[in-house]
Design a protein around this ligand. Structure first.
Ligand SMILES: Cc1cc2nc3c(=O)[nH]c(=O)nc-3n(C[C@H](O)[C@H](O)[C@H](O)COP(=O)(O)OP(=O)(O)OC[C@H]3O[C@@H](n4cnc5c(N)ncnc54)[C@H](O)[C@@H]3O)c2cc1C
Ligand code: SF4
Length: 508
């Protein structure tokens, strides 16, 4: 037996399933920097740097541990083409890898194995709490697939925030209601900045390479300070639980101009690259809860994101692919406005969210869901174009987590397979949760006309168009009740103005 172990750029865990049973006498590890992976969507420069730098640091760890490693730098070939050459040349009998977090690559590796007649062992990624088998079993007898019930099961199965009889800590499973406050009127006040890591020699090299090679790709590298090693990721976790967790809960939905990170953890890229394990994140949070007597609402709210949402969307991705990638419930077909890539729009909410995204490759959940996501849904943009943007532009974007969040949650492209209603809101929501509207030329309370907030106009237009759908559910009926208070004449003006906006999206 002679095994080739493939480690992908988001599988950087020495304890991961790929290296289990490694035979130092016969086996070999391969890692591939394929330029194709940076180009198949128009990837943010910071995301390319993060992946390449983290891979190179990980490769050094493997070498220090004496693993025989082929590290292919900057290959113009696809990962599959490089693998094929290697498999044929060196007469390996087995190809071993962890299941990729992207359906495309999973299919291609399976095809390659058939093509070159090699034994493929695609191991499940046990980084996650919930296996595919457990998720499929959970989903099998459910009429509705909802996060809340899955999350409760995860809490009970893993004995997290439950008492010995399986009841939730604090008598409630969910403290979401306590966690939706805007910042005070004067702003967030003094925020503990997240820890940032100065680029070392390896990262500087990669930055220089990316600046030259991917000069026309979106985003900036001037603020690149992401953790690229496990040690840095652990430091970032420690820093978050010590200094920032305490305010995470209450302000997790709040937005403010030029405040890109708020009290968020900024740990998604480290977890998604597998530099951090979700178990150690949750363990650290539980310890800090006791040590600093933190509010249960903050601790539960944070744990729900990881033990609940992160595991849930992964389960949904593998359950619903490849269909999920092509779902288009509303049959939206418009192209993505050009300013999604440049931030050059007059809408302050979109400008701020997109500009910080271009600067850091980061926006927090509510910015992604209720600013850029909400607008894309209201503006009837083709879901696959929106998904490509999210996949390209966020440093933490891997398809298993990006696609269900974008297509499923933000765009309702799968018709509510795992959400009870479309997440749509007018400018009034953005005004309540941020200071964006104060400096915007548009006014949220004006529904049509030159100074009307486009989010508001398109929101009412969306409700008018899909009135029957919104009226049929008790969860959304209040929205159409509000619509019914608007006169027919005004509804016609909204429709007319919306038609104008939709045909001039690039000019907003
Ligand atoms: C349209 C859209 C696209 C998204 N794309 C991605 C993506 O490509 N990659 C990604 O990791 N997250 C994605 N999310 C989820 C979420 O926005 C990010 O995980 C979060 O903003 C990352 O920042 P943070 O680490 O500071 O998270 P925090 O707010 O501090 O939350 C803690 C952790 O919880 C997890 N988490 C929180 N919400 C979610 C969620 N909805 N789904 C899965 N995990 C969650 C993340 O691992 C995160 O690090 C997306 C959300 C939306 C609405
Ligand atoms: S007025 Fe409308 S477009 Fe302007 S910032 Fe507020 S929500 Fe955004």
């Amino acid at each position: 037996m002679k095994k080739l172990i493939l480690i992908l750029g988001d599988q950087l865990d020495l304890k991961g399933a790929a290296l289990r049973g490694f035979d130092f006498k016969t086996d070999e590890v391969i890692m591939v920097e394929s330029m194709h992976e940076a180009q198949y969507v128009w990837t943010h420069q910071a995301k390319i740097v993060l992946f390449l730098s983290a891979m190179r640091h990980f490769a050094n760890n493997l070498k220090e541990l004496s693993y025989p490693l082929s590290y292919i730098q900057n290959s113009p070939l696809s990962i599959i083409a490089v693998l094929k050459e290697k498999l044929v040349d060196k007469k390996f009998t087995h190809l071993i890898c962890i299941e990729p977090g992207e359906w495309r690559l999973k299919q291609q590796i399976e095809e390659l194995a058939r093509d070159v007649s090699i034994n493929l062992e695609m191991r499940e990624d046990d980084h996650f709490y919930c296996s595919h088998h457990e998720f499929v079993k959970w989903a099998a007898d459910k009429k509705e697939l909802r996060l809340e019930y899955f999350y409760r099961l995860m809490r009970k199965t893993h004995h997290i925030l439950v008492d010995s009889e399986g009841n939730p800590e604090g008598g409630q499973w969910n403290f979401d209601q306590d966690n939706r406050k805007p910042y005070p009127k004067k702003g967030p006040g003094i925020l503990e900045d997240p820890i940032l890591f100065e680029p070392d020699a390896i990262t500087k090299d990669v930055i220089a390479f990316v600046k030259e090679t991917y000069a026309n790709h979106p985003g900036s590298l001037e603020s690149f300070r992401w953790p690229v090693t496990r040690i840095q990721a652990l430091e970032a976790l420690h820093y978050f639980v010590e200094y920032r967790l305490r305010n995470f809960g209450v302000f997790q939905d709040a937005m403010w101009t030029d405040i890109p990170f708020g009290w968020h953890s900024i740990l998604s890229s480290s977890m998604n690259l597998k530099l951090l394990n979700p178990r150690e994140v949750i363990h650290a949070v539980l310890l800090a809860w006791k040590k600093y007597s933190l509010d249960l609402s903050t601790v539960e709210g944070f744990i729900r994101q990881i033990l609940g949402w992160r595991e849930f969307v992964r389960g949904m991705y593998y359950l619903d692919m490849p269909k999920m990638a092509n779902d288009n419930y509303y049959d939206h077909q418009r192209p993505l406005p050009k300013w999604y890539w440049s931030g050059k729009t007059q809408m302050v909410c979109m400008k701020d969210t997109i500009n910080q995204t271009l600067q850091y490759g980061y926006a927090h959940h509510i910015q992604r869901l209720m600013v850029t996501g909400n607008f894309a849904l209201l503006a009837e943009i083709l879901p696959s174009a929106v998904c490509d943007w999210y996949l390209a532009i966020y440093v933490d974007a891997i398809e298993w987590v990006e696609l269900p969040n974008t297509a499923g949650m933000a765009l309702f492209a799968n018709g509510g397979r795992f959400t009870s209603k479309p997440y749509v809101a007018s400018g009034a929501y953005i005004k309540r949760m941020s200071n964006y509207c104060g400096s915007c030329k548009y006014k949220t309370e004006i529904r049509f006309g030159e100074t009307a907030c486009p989010v508001t106009t398109l929101y009412w237009n969306f409700l008018i168009k899909h009135r029957n759908q919104f009226e049929s559910s008790p969860r959304t009926r209040l929205m159409t009740a509000n619509l019914n208070r608007i006169s027919h004449e005004d509804q016609n003006s909204i429709k007319e103005h919306a038609r104008y906006l939709l045909s001039h999206l690039d000019d907003l």
